[in-house]
Design a protein around this ligand. Structure first.
Ligand code: PLP
Length: 379
């Protein structure tokens, strides 16, 4: 089955009683046993639930994994993966990973004895040099947020395999429609399903996808033991969202490419960060590794914060809000919003300026999105 067909069909057929065309929501917390030895596959909803199972089978098929656990947020999915490690273990991650992930690593899991080193993940030599006998894992996130730097996944997994390390990739920014990290040697994939997978800005959720029995059993045990699984209703919403993932991503990308080209030639804009532009420094890598350029883009304006304020105040279709991946276009200011938890020095070091804005391009018509920016950028 092709990708779009898997989105619509895999896992969803769970009702043999009435043959409903869509997956029912099973809110039941518990399930009857037939006798002391037999139940019908589910006994308690923290451990497993038919609606959640439908979603897990669906995402497994989209990423090309062996198994999946759907969790209540992206952060809980990442939390689950960190419990694969022990005090004394070291994990290498990029310096420009998602802010919430950085906070989870650098405070909570560091306090529990796991060590983290943050490197420039785009530089494979830096990653190789950071490996010590204690290193157990390399954490990959590509493209990065908000400046859309691309990590060469295959190059990193090659280094990891040579050193006996596992690799975990956060694939939230592109979704499996545009990037499938397992195909480049990654061991575990996580998502914030809050973003493109659900796609309608009405759920927070996450998932961990595995490709070996050993990792699948470990993650299943951790998610059940910690109680990280998502509710049947949330699973149902994400499953519903995924059915249109392919057509939505096409519409998202069409708008992003058009907007990136428009902004790139506009005199009020000093720089556009979008891997789909031929002048993006890693355009060739993105083209090779991804099956689409996604719909996240950032840009720097001439004139700093006063100009930023003028633009976000004038835009009508782009809502000033964090998050991404929904059908409606959003704009946000990393300096005071998504990346406010970083110090100013760390933001500047990462290349985020007082003139940087980040856009999540929705599925509105590109002409309307461009017209909105045209009026917002006028003198
Ligand atoms: C949003 C996001 C997360 C966290 O997901 P939540 O659903 O908000 O918990 C993790 N990684 C990336 C790349 C994200 O964009």
């Amino acid at each position: 089955m092709q990708f779009e067909t898997r989105c619509v069909h895999v896992g969803v057929d769970k009702d043999s009683t009435y043959n409903s065309a869509t997956t029912p929501i099973y809110p039941s917390s518990t399930f009857r046993w037939d006798d002391l030895k037999t139940h019908r596959g589910f006994d308690y909803t923290r451990s497993g639930n038919p609606t959640r199972r439908a979603l897990e089978e669906n995402i497994t098929a989209l990423e090309g994994g062996l198994d999946c656990r759907a969790t209540c947020t992206g952060m809980s999915a990442i939390t689950a993966t960190m419990h694969m490690f022990k005090p004394g273990d070291q994990i290498i991650a990029g310096h420009d990973i998602y802010g919430g992930t950085y906070r989870l690593f650098d405070s909570l899991f560091r306090n529990m004895g796991i060590d983290f080193v943050f490197v420039r993940m785009g530089d494979v030599e830096q990653v190789r040099k950071a490996i010590t006998p204690k290193t157990k894992c390399i954490w990959i996130e590509t493209p990065s947020n908000p400046l859309l730097n691309i990590v060469d996944i295959a190059a990193i997994t090659e280094v990891a395999k040579a050193a006996g390390l596992i690799t975990i990739a956060d694939n939230t920014f592109l979704s499996p429609y545009c990037q499938r990290p397992f195909e480049h040697g990654v061991d575990v994939v996580v998502h914030s399903t809050t973003k493109y997978l659900n796609g309608h800005s009405d759920v927070v959720g996450g998932c961990v996808v595995t490709k070996t029995k050993e990792h699948a059993d470990k993650i299943s045990y951790i998610v059940n033991a910690l109680g990280l699984a998502c509710s049947p209703f949330d699973a149902w919403l994400v499953l519903r969202g995924i059915k249109t993932l392919g057509p939505r991503m096409e519409a998202h990308q069409r708008g992003a490419m058009a907007l990136a080209n428009f902004l790139n030639q506009h005199p009020a804009i000093s720089h556009v960060y979008y891997p789909g532009l031929v002048d993006h420094p890693q355009h060739a890598l993105a083209k090779r590794q991804q099956s689409g350029f996604g719909a996240m883009l950032s840009f720097d304006v001439h004139g700093g914060r006063p100009v930023v304020e003028k633009i976000v105040g004038r835009l009508k279709l782009f809502q000033l809000a964090e998050s991404l991946g929904g059908v409606e276009s959003l704009i946000e200011y990393p300096d005071s919003m998504s990346h406010a938890s970083m110090t100013e020095a760390a933001r500047r070091e990462a290349g985020i300026t007082a003139s940087t804005l980040r856009v999540s391009v929705g599925i509105e018509h590109p002409d309307d999105l461009i017209a909105d920016f045209q009026q917002a950028l006028q003198d």
